[in-house]
Design a protein around this ligand. Structure first.
Ligand code: PMP
Ligand code: GLN
Length: 386
């Protein structure tokens, strides 16, 4: 019964691997969700909001308290000004943001540039919109952008570039030079950009997250998505948002009103509190330090287990080459690691379309886990060497 549009996409690899992890009681380093709680004060704010009687449909574009907190945080963090009532929309997670934005902005036949490896919902939503993806491949281990390849992928039909930085699954943070190149390309060809910045606060070492909307000429052609799931460790609440110029927000809203209409008010109010209270320097410093410790620990473990790793500069994922450890492809390796060694990870060939061979010897581990979980995984990973 599945429509022709969706048939090629099957079940997402995240649901598949988490299912396999549960079945085999494996430590789940596959799907990216924390196994720890976010700040208790945010839960308290939600409980208080639940009891305050604000429990009917919210304003479709977002609870006034939350859109104001979002606009204020963009201004404070990046100097970007958005009108909270006209240039912000709250989605049921960035996942809905991707779908509603692409459905609202694209016409059938429009071409869309996707970088592979990609987040798996991009090609599916491009297909739902009746648009056509064109792929630009980023290659292990540094995933540097080849601007010539980007320019070659652009045709008179190209309408939009989907840019994800910090980048899932590679952990790459696009450099200022790369972003400037993408921006010039967008401006010269009159393209719009959907910037998925859900990992905006997850950067390591000296890597700096630069919103592409902050580059000259880009605010007016960029719809930026983010999500509270990653920053506050409440992925299940599904509170995300888009910010952009009014015509782009109106387009996303045109779809959003029919996709979800509105998102749970108490959770929006709690996230407004979180954005106001928990995006200060100290919270973000601690957040990054804790994730840096998790990343460094996992990198050491993977290195001594015999993987060749691509050191992530952002996100909570690491891609590792398992060639020295196993003969088969990534799907076989991920299944073997889960069922035989009790550690679940994601086979990334699912994130490639034109060059799946680029992902065939790689596996993605998520480190948004307690140190205790990572230590248990380390013991198991220490035993896989042939
Ligand atoms: N974009 C990327 C790149 C992601 O990794 C995720 C994580 N699930 C999302 C979007 C979706 O975010 P949300 O959980 O807010 O729907
Ligand atoms: N973003 C999460 C990841 O990459 C998964 C989200 C989902 O399951 N759709 O692991």
């Amino acid at each position: 019964m599945i429509s022709d549009k969706l048939l090629p996409f099957g079940t997402t690899i995240f649901a598949e691997m988490t299912g396999l992890a549960i079945e085999h009681d494996a430590i789940n380093l596959s799907q990216g969700f924390p196994d720890f709680e976010g700040p208790a004060a945010i839960v308290d704010a939600a409980v208080e909001a639940l009891r305050s009687g604000d429990n009917q449909y919210a304003r479709s574009r977002g609870h006034p308290t939350l859109v104001q907190a979002i606009a204020a945080s963009r201004k404070r963090l990046y100097g970007l000004s958005y009108d909270p009532m006209e240039e912000v929309v709250v989605f049921s997670g960035a996942t809905e943001g991707i779908a509603s934005s692409l459905l609202g902005l694209l016409n059938p036949g429009d071409e869309v540039i996707l970088f592979e490896p990609f987040y798996d919902s991009y090609p599916a939503c491009v297909a739902l919109a009746g648009a056509v993806p064109r792929y630009v491949t980023l290659r292990f281990p540094d995933f540097a952008l080849d601007l010539d390849e980007l320019e070659k992928a652009i045709t008179p039909k190209t309408r939009l570039i989907v840019l994800n930085s910090p980048h899932n699954p590679s952990g790459k943070v696009f450099t200022r030079e790369e972003l400037t190149g993408i921006a010039s390309c967008a401006i010269e060809n009159d393209l719009i950009v959907l910037a998925d910045e859900v990992y905006e606060h997850l950067t390591f070492d000296d890597a700096e997250h630069l919103p592409i909307a902050s580059l000259p000429g880009m605010r007016e052609r960029t719809l930026t998505l983010s999500s509270t799931g990653k920053t506050f460790s409440f992925t299940g609440w599904k509170i995300g948002w888009g910010t952009g110029p009014r015509p782009m927000i109106d387009a996303a809203q045109a779809a959003h009103q029919f996709v979800t209409y509105a998102v749970a008010p108490p959770l929006q109010v709690a996230m407004a509190h979180a954005l106001s209270e928990f995006t200060g320097d100290e919270f973000l410093r601690t957040f990054r330090n804790e994730y840096t410790a998790r990343r460094d620990f996992l990198l050491t473990v993977l290195d001594s287990a015999g993987f060749q790793v691509a050191v992530p500069r952002g996100t909570y994922f690491v891609l590792a080459d398992f060639t020295a450890l196993f003969d088969g492809d990534d799907r076989e390796f991920a299944r073997w690691l889960t069922t035989e060694h009790g550690v679940a990870a994601i086979p990334p060939s699912a994130f490639y379309q034109v060059r799946p061979e680029e992902g065939r010897r790689l596996v993605r581990f998520a480190f948004c886990k307690r140190m205790e979980t990572l230590r248990r995984a380390a013991e198991r990973l220490g035993r896989i060497a042939p």
